[in-house]
Ligand binder design. Structure first.
Ligand code: NAD
Ligand code: GLY
Length: 385
C-alpha cells in the first residue's frame, strides 16, 4: 500500500468521535471525545475560518502537541501563531494573562481571531478569560490535554485567574465554541496529574450519579492503568453530567454550585498553602472528604457512604487528610481552624461573610446550605494533621 493510500485508508477508518452536546440558547456546542482528534483537520470543521488563529499553550505541552495541532489548523486558517506560556498554577496570574494580550496585539489580532487553548485547566482558564476580555470578547476552542481539563475545566465556560487571596477570583463566564478531548494526550500525563484528574471524576458520583460511583469503585484500577475504554467512559459520563448541569444553570444561580463539592475546603488549601503546592485535584479530593464528614455531622449522609468515598479517594492515591493547620497561620489566630475558615471565606459562594457549603445527601444527591462555624471548625480540626 502506498503511503498516500495508507493515509486515505487511515482517514476513512478514523473512528468518529463521541459527541456530547452542551445545550445553551444560541450558544450550544459540542464536546468531541476520542483518540487522535488533536491532529485531525476534521476535528475543527465548522468552526469560523478566521484568517488568524492563536494557539495558547505552555512549555510542557508545546513540545508534545503544538506541531501536530498547527498542521491540522493550517487547513482552516491562513495564519497559525503559537504562544508558549510558563507552566504551573502559580502562573495563573494577571502577568501571564497579559502575555496573551501582548501576543494578540503583536500578531495584529482582530475580532475574527480564534484562540485555541491547548493544555490543562490552567491554560484553558486563562485562554478563556483572555478571549472573554480581548476586544470585549472573541471566540475560542478548548483542547484539554489533562484528565482534569477533559472532565471538568474545559466544559462550561468558567474562565479565571487566581488572586493571592483567593482562587479563581478574577474571571468571566465565556463559553468555548467547541471542546476537543483527545484521549491520546493522556498517555503523556504524569501519574500524579492523572490521579488529580480522577478527583473531579469521582466528584460527579456523590453529587449527581450513584451508578457512576459504583462503576468507579469497580473500575478504578483500570482508570489508574489508563485503560482507553475505561477512560473514554469516565470522560464521556463526566462531560454528560457537566453538560446537563451547565445547560440548566450556566451562571451558577443555584444547581451548578453542586459541581463545587469539596472545592470550598479545597480552594482554602490551594490558596492557603501557596498555589502549586497541592494540585487542584488533590485539594478537591481532600476537600470532598471534609465536606462528606460535615454532611455526616449534619446527619445528611450515612457514615458508611462517607467511608466509601474516603476509601475510593485513597485508592486513587489522593489525600484524605488536610495539611497541618499551622500552615494556615495568618495573623493572631495562628495554627487554628479559624485561619482555615478565613481562607474559605474568599469562596465565590460566600455571601455577606456566610459560606454556602456543598453537602452530600447520600451518594448521588447534593445540597447547598450554610453551616454553623463551630461544626465546620470541628471537621477541620479532625481532618487536618
Ligand atoms: P494544569 O493545567 O496545571 O496541568 C497539570 C500539569 O500537566 C501541568 O504541568 C501541565 O503542563 C501538564 N500537562 C498538561 N497536559 C499534559 C499532557 N498531555 N502530558 C504531559 N503533561 C501535561 O492543571 P489541571 O489539573 O489540568 O487544571 C487545574 C486548573 O483547572 C486549576 O487552575 C483549576 O482552578 C482549574 N479548574 C477550572 C475549572 C473550570 O470550570 N473552569 C474546573 C476545574 C478546575
Ligand atoms: N468546576 C465547577 C464548575 O464548572 O461549575
Amino acid at each position: 500500500m502506498s503511503s498516500s493510500h495508507a493515509e486515505t485508508h487511515a482517514a476513512t477508518h478514523a473512528q468518529a468521535p463521541e459527541l456530547v452536546r452542551v445545550g445553551l440558547v444560541g450558544r450550544s456546542y459540542d464536546i468531541l471525545i476520542g483518540e487522535n482528534l488533536l491532529g485531525q483537520a476534521s476535528s475543527y470543521t465548522g468552526l469560523p475560518a478566521a484568517p488568524l488563529a492563536l494557539v495558547v499553550t505552555n512549555e510542557v505541552v508545546a513540545p508534545l502537541y503544538a506541531d501536530t495541532l498547527r498542521q491540522a489548523l493550517r487547513a482552516h486558517h491562513s495564519r497559525v501563531e503559537m504562544l508558549v506560556l510558563p507552566d504551573g498554577e502559580n502562573h495563573k496570574t494577571w502577568h501571564t494573562l497579559n502575555l496573551i494580550f501582548d501576543a494578540l496585539l503583536g500578531h495584529g489580532a482582530d475580532r475574527q481571531t480564534l484562540l485555541y487553548a491547548l493544555g490543562g485547566g490552567v491554560v484553558g482558564d486563562m485562554t478563556g478569560f483572555a478571549a472573554a476580555c480581548f476586544m470585549r470578547g472573541v471566540d475560542y476552542v478548548q483542547i484539554p490535554t489533562t484528565l482534569l481539563a477533559q472532565v471538568d475545566s474545559s466544559v462550561g465556560g468558567k474562565t479565571a485567574i487566581n488572586h493571592p487571596l483567593g482562587k479563581n477570583m478574577i474571571g468571566a463566564f465565556h463559553q468555548p465554541l467547541r471542546v476537543v478531548c483527545d484521549l491520546g494526550t493522556l498517555k503523556s500525563l504524569p501519574q500524579r496529574e492523572l490521579q488529580a484528574g480522577l478527583a473531579e471524576v469521582i466528584k460527579y458520583g456523590p453529587v449527581a450519579d450513584a451508578d457512576l460511583f459504583d462503576w468507579l469503585e469497580s473500575n478504578l484500577d483500570r482508570l489508574l492503568a489508563r485503560d482507553p475504554v475505561a477512560l473514554t467512559r469516565a470522560v464521556r459520563r463526566s462531560c454528560e453530567i457537566k453538560a446537563e448541569v451547565v445547560s440548566q444553570d450556566e451562571r451558577e444561580g443555584g444547581l451548578r454550585a453542586i459541581l463545587n463539592f469539596g472545592h470550598t475546603f479545597g480552594h482554602a488549601i490551594e490558596s492557603g498553602m501557596g498555589y502549586g503546592s497541592w494540585l487542584h485535584g488533590e485539594a478537591v479530593a481532600c476537600g470532598m472528604v471534609m465536606a462528606a464528614h460535615l454532611s455526616a455531622a449534619l446527619r445528611m449522609a450515612q457514615p458508611s457512604d462517607v467511608d466509601r468515598l474516603t476509601h475510593l479517594i485513597e485508592r486513587a492515591g489522593l489525600p484524605v487528610r488536610g495539611p497541618a493547620l499551622k500552615h494556615f497561620a495568618d495573623g493572631m489566630d495562628a495554627g487554628n481552624a479559624a485561619n482555615y475558615t478565613a481562607w474559605m471565606r474568599h469562596d465565590k459562594k460566600s455571601s455577606a461573610g456566610t459560606i454556602a457549603y456543598v453537602l452530600m445527601e447520600g451518594l448521588g444527591r447534593a445540597k447547598v446550605q450554610s453551616v454553623p462555624d463551630a461544626l465546620v471548625q470541628q471537621v477541620i480540626e479532625d481532618r487536618c494533621a
